[in-house]
Write a protein that binds this ligand. Structure first.
Ligand code: KG4
Ligand code: ZN
Length: 364
């Protein structure tokens, strides 16, 4: 087999099974920290969960177990490499659904034990946070908005392994709010892309909706009230025409955008203080960062604030294993490897020292 890693590069196999995507990928990292993505295979499980209207943890774990070997083989083949050639194996060890995490982590441990390769147990949130190192060659420090189905956070990424959580949601995550809004309007899951599609033909000003937390001093988020307001407007208007649904989607998305831009502006000022004016970049990542309206709103905000804006390409915004492999490579380069008894961790905050936030559903 051809040696596909150029001189001095390390090859890392990554595995992601924390929610409803089964994924494996191979990245190469040069000694000076440059990334090359050699393969990225993602298999979404949505078909398995559609009938239940949401991800069913037990079904997710079984689906990962059924196809992970095949996905790993495909990722290695696509990269033109094999288990003997890789330098380390990384798996998402949390946060996420415990059954799925165990499937991925145990597979990585088996590879590590059988092939005598180092194991890296990766924090899924850290992987989202470092993805721009892979896609944009952007090292920390930067301020980042992490918006996914499970998390909504503003994080100051100071260095690999050094994170300050400036804000989180006090109830629903933003992706969850998109998914629940889609569900109540009868749109297909995952809800984010459905709502975004419908919003294109809608009038955002027709329905009055709140801008949650707008103007508050701390940059925290809240989306449960907005979702409830959409439900109320929908009930008042029912039966809903396609135009009603489009107008509700457009109104929801605009409210989200205004709330997020307001919260991000607050966090930029806090991050500037913390970095003594050295803040230059703003990053958006996680599944919801695929939303074009959000990307446009954040591009405008950051331009006004004199920051560069970065968001991974759509394929690497949602869950994938390229980000796990890259976070693994970054940790491996710093000598941060794990023992074979590394646990799967359903909850694993990136900043365990972050001040406690009060709210109905505070996410770590
Ligand atoms: O990061 P991700 O793939 O998985 C988690 O770690 O949660 O994020 C999935 C979330 C889902 O809630 C999905 O509806 C949302 O990202 N999403 C979007 C868009 N594409 C995916 N939300 C808004 N607009 C989109 N275009
Ligand atoms: Zn994610």
């Amino acid at each position: 087999m051809a040696d596909i890693a150029a001189g001095g590069e390390t090859l890392v196999l990554g595995i992601e099974t924390s929610c409803d995507e089964t994924a494996a990928a191979v990245v190469a990292r040069s000694a000076d920290g440059k990334a090359r993505l050699l393969s990225s295979v993602v298999r979404a499980q949505w078909e398995h969960h559609r009938a239940f209207g949401g991800v069913v943890p037990e079904i997710a774990a079984r689906a990962h177990a059924e196809c992970l070997d095949e996905i790993v083989t495909l990722a290695l083949q696509e990269a033109g490499t094999g288990l003997d050639e890789i330098d380390a194996v990384a798996a998402a060890a949390g946060p996420g659904l415990i059954g799925g995490l165990i499937v991925g982590l145990v597979t990585a441990k088996a590879i590590a034990a059988a092939k005598k390769k180092p194991l890296i147990a990766v924090n899924h949130l850290e992987a989202h946070a470092l993805t721009v190192g892979l896609t944009d060659d952007l090292p920390p420090p930067y301020l980042m908005l992490l918006v996914s189905g499970g998390h909504t956070q503003l994080l100051l990424v100071k260095d690999v392994g050094d994170y300050n959580r400036l804000a989180t949601t006090i109830d629903d995550a933003l992706g969850e709010a998109f998914d629940k809004t889609a569900k109540l309007l009868g749109l297909p899951q995952p809800g984010g892309p459905s709502v975004e599609r419908c919003a294109k033909t809608g009038n955002a000003r027709r329905f009055e909706l709140p801008r949650p937390m707008k103007g508050r001093a701390e940059p925290h988020f809240s989306f449960a009230g907005l979702k409830t307001a959409v439900r109320q407007r929908a009930n008042e208007t029912a039966p809903l025409t396609d135009q009603d649904i489009a107008d509700l989607c457009a109104g929801f998305q605009t409210a989200v955008l205004e709330a997020v831009v307001d919260r991000a502006a607050k966090a930029i000022h806090a991050a500037r203080d913390e970095l003594d004016g050295e803040l230059k970049h703003f990053v958006a990542a996680g599944g919801v960062a695929a939303n074009q309206a959000l990307r446009t709103g954040l591009t405008e905000l950051t331009a006004k604030e004199g920051l560069s804006f970065h968001a991974p390409p759509i394929a690497l915004c949602g869950d994938n294993a390229a980000m796990i492999a890259w976070a693994g490579a970054e940790r491996f380069a710093r000598g941060l490897v794990d023992d074979l008894d590394a646990p799967a961790r359903p909850r694993w905050p990136l900043d365990s020292a972050a001040p406690k936030v009060r709210g109905a559903g505070v996410k770590a």
